[in-house]
Ligand binder design. Structure first.
Ligand code: GCW
Length: 715
């Protein structure tokens, strides 16, 4: 066998390398002999989406099949692949049943074999142009993953309207919590120079159905709203448009003061309203399909309506009014908490937002993180889900691994995303899952949104860790259809990104599927949370206290509450009573340690060190068991990966191997540092099965990590 071609990862899952199996290649070549693009006027909403689909198919098939499939205007022979938009082609519409066309919805697609005038053809059609592009990518995926031509027929439609990426990118190209280089937005050279990466980024997103991107950090800089920057934004929007991607910006609430010269940013002040009105108009002149604003207000020092005694609804509605008639949306974040509040941080988002249900304009979406604290390796679902039925809620997930080892540690996040989407809130009876709340089907909302904080940067392979590309991919696939399984997505991704060889797919998928749980095990098992190093958040820091952190709710001791009597945060009625924010069946189940799942135990309960776990072990021994299990898992990943040598190209093989080596070392550090720290309180020997720590607690506590990527304080 020839050595595999080196791959630098730039092509992501869109590699389109030639299929080696001759008969398989021939079966596809026979199924698609020509691409038919009927002469049709361009769509004003998705200009050039059809030619883009055509080009993608021609390029993709050239790579996969090694043939140049001709493009024609009318079907001439068996195997014609006919592209078209049903609303503009009565002839094609007549071939598709009304039911199928409805099932494809506004942005989905239909791939359907037909025989017309004795010619065997495949329709690739949609109700809007963008659906044809999505269908083209689906067809290429079908071929890339070596699925049979017999199963080509499919109908698919996204369940959520706005499938967004949130970039936490600053105008100086620093990415907050970014671990894969600098921002890919080269603001200095925009709008004159359009880096080819912009198009490749748009292609990758369109291939998985992402249709909205917020270009800038939620810790916002008002400058992006100045004319000079808006022209740069417009240039990016122009590149993205054929790919069906709308651009959003973060709006700094104090912008009227900072760039508008006003004295106030009070949302009820007429001058402020006028300023935003004019600003929105200016934006729409430059970017007619501008998506809207994402706002972080009165959170972690950001300005907001509360600075003027107004509510979040006052602020959101004022902005929403300025873009309503243009079809724009305001995504208003519910990630708010204050250290001046004596209340449990986990309760504050709910307390502030739940009473505002029903007060938001129709084009406001409240964006809620998956959990009530902050993207921990595991959190119970946020209690706001299901608690604001009159308000569309967007689910905010974090693709970048702020608390899961940056782009050093392997953590395939689809199981985390799936766990949240499938969580049953019981707010409107059983089956009230987060997924059904977010997609709008439970409360019948006309608009729905999901957001993922991007892990994309200027690194050649986009995401730093070669396997972290899977998180971008899986996020997009779940945003399209949250009922897909994370394992199926992993396999699909592996087939496209590495190989269709079952000896690669099986072991690699198994390793991906276990990887997030491994990180939970060696860093924050059994519901422990927020015990990482302060500031950059990389590595263990269970000892971080208010002196180190500057405020209690940024410390670790606030969350784990380890003491001689036990460990864990009591959120029952005896403690902070955060459980009162959940629906009764959930509250009851989680109020009793005996019925709380082990994975969430210390999130909700403070328990003695010798508390008897379901396994029969004491809590202290169980903690040791989990920390050790996490380390063991990483060692198993190293073995699995080692077994793939020769089946994965050398550059990517070597890169991942090196990263796994480092992850194993750092998993041990997490285990040793945490167990030694907690042992001060448990005063019990380390359980037998746990390896002896390499260093003393003092050593781990003295480790200073500097210049960690993504740390805003580093700059
Ligand atoms: O997770 C925390 C991060 C901050 C981030 C904030 C937020 C953008 O540490 O860096 O700020 O959440 O989501 O607003």
């Amino acid at each position: 066998m020839l050595p595999l071609r080196a791959d630098d990862g730039y092509r992501l899952w869109l590699r389109y390398d030639r299929i080696a199996d001759d008969s398989l290649r021939a079966s596809y070549a026979q199924a698609i002999t020509e691409i038919v693009v009927p002469a049709q006027p361009d769509s004003p909403w998705f200009p050039r989406s059809i030619p883009t689909a055509r080009d993608e198919l021609v390029e993709g098939l050239r790579g996969l099949l090694g043939v140049d499939v001709p493009v024609v205007e009318k079907p001439t022979r068996d195997g014609a692949l006919v592209l078209g938009v049903l609303t503009r082609s009565p002839e094609l519409a007549a071939l598709v049943s009304e039911r199928d066309s409805r099932a494809a919805g506004e942005h989905g697609y239909i791939i359907q074999p037909v025989v017309r005038d004795g010619v065997r053809q495949t329709l690739l059609v949609a109700n809007r142009d963008i659906g044809v592009l999505y269908g083209a990518f689906a067809l290429l995926r079908h071929i890339q993953t070596h699925r049979s031509v017999a199963t080509l027929a499919q109908i698919s439609a996204p369940r959520i309207h706005l499938r967004m990426l949130n970039h936490w990118d600053n105008l100086d190209r620093f990415i907050e919590r970014g671990y894969a280089g600098q921002s890919i937005w080269d603001w200095f050279n925009l709008p004159d120079v359009l880096d080819p990466r912009y198009r490749d980024y748009a292609r990758a997103n369109a291939s998985i159905g992402i249709n909205a991107v917020v270009l800038t950090n939620v810790n916002a800089n008002a400058s992006v709203l100045t004319r000079k920057y808006l022209e740069k934004v417009a240039a990016l929007a122009g590149v993205f448009r054929p790919y069906g991607i709308r651009v959003f910006l973060t709006a700094r609430f104090s912008a009227p003061i900072e760039i508008g010269g006003l004295k106030t940013a009070d949302p009820l002040d007429p001058a402020v309203r006028e300023w935003w009105q004019a600003k929105s108009q200016e934006i729409y002149q430059l970017i007619p399909d501008f998506g809207g604003f994402l706002v972080k207000a009165n959170s972690e020092g950001q300005p907001g309506p509360q600075d003027y005694g107004r509510t979040h609804a006052d602020g959101a509605n004022m902005l929403a009014d300025t873009i309503l008639t243009r079809g724009g949306h305001v995504l208003w974040r519910a990630f708010v908490y204050s250290h001046e509040m004596p209340d449990d941080r986990a309760k504050q988002g709910y307390s502030e937002f739940q009473p505002l249900d029903g007060e938001f304009r129709s084009n406001v979406i409240v964006q809620v993180k998956n959990g009530a604290i902050d993207f921990m390796p595991r959190e119970p679902f946020h209690p706001l889900f299901g608690a604001m039925p009159r308000t569309p809620l967007a689910l905010e997930l974090q693709i970048t691994q702020e608390y899961l080892g940056g782009s050093v540690h392997l953590a395939y996040l689809a199981p985390l995303f799936e766990e949240v989407l499938d969580a049953d809130t019981h707010t409107a009876g059983s089956g009230s899952t987060v997924g059904r709340i977010v997609d709008g089907s439970l409360d019948l909302h006309g608009i729905s949104a999901i957001a993922g904080v991007a892990n994309i940067g200027s690194d050649r392979n986009w995401t730093g860790h070669p396997l972290a590309q899977a998180n971008w991919y899986a996020y997009g696939r779940l945003a399209w259809d949250h009922t897909l399984s994370s394992e199926a997505i992993a396999k699909e991704w592996i087939r496209q990104t590495f190989s269709n060889d079952p000896d690669v797919i099986q072991p690699l998928a198994a390793m991906l599927m276990e990887s997030r749980e491994a990180v939970v095990d060696y860093s924050m098992p059994l519901g422990l949370h927020h015990i990482m190093a302060v500031g950059h958040h990389y590595g263990p820091g269970p000892w971080v206290d208010v002196k180190d952190a500057g405020r209690a709710d940024w410390s670790s001791v606030y969350y784990h509450r380890a003491a001689v009597d036990g460990i864990g945060f009591d959120r029952t009625a005896r403690g902070s009573d955060a459980l009162s924010q959940y629906a009764k069946p959930v509250r009851e189940r989680w109020s009793d340690p005996a019925t709380t799942p082990d994975e969430l135990l210390l999130w909700f309960h403070h328990l003695p060190w010798d508390y008897r776990m379901k396994s029969g072990r004491t809590l202290w021994d169980e903690l040791g068991f989990y920390y050790q299990r996490g380390v063991d898992s990483v060692r198993r990943f190293q073995k699995t990966w080692g077994g793939l040598e020769g089946k994965i190209d050398a550059p990517r093989f070597t890169h991942v191997k090196a990263l796994l080596g480092r992850q194993e070392r750092e998993a041990r550090e997490w285990r040793d540092a945490c167990l030694l720290y907690f042992q001060q309180f448990s005063k019990r020997p380390l359980p037998e099965h746990v390896e002896k720590p390499e260093y003393s607690l003092e050593h781990y506590m003295s480790v200073k990590r500097r210049n960690i990527p993504g740390d805003p304080a580093r700059r």
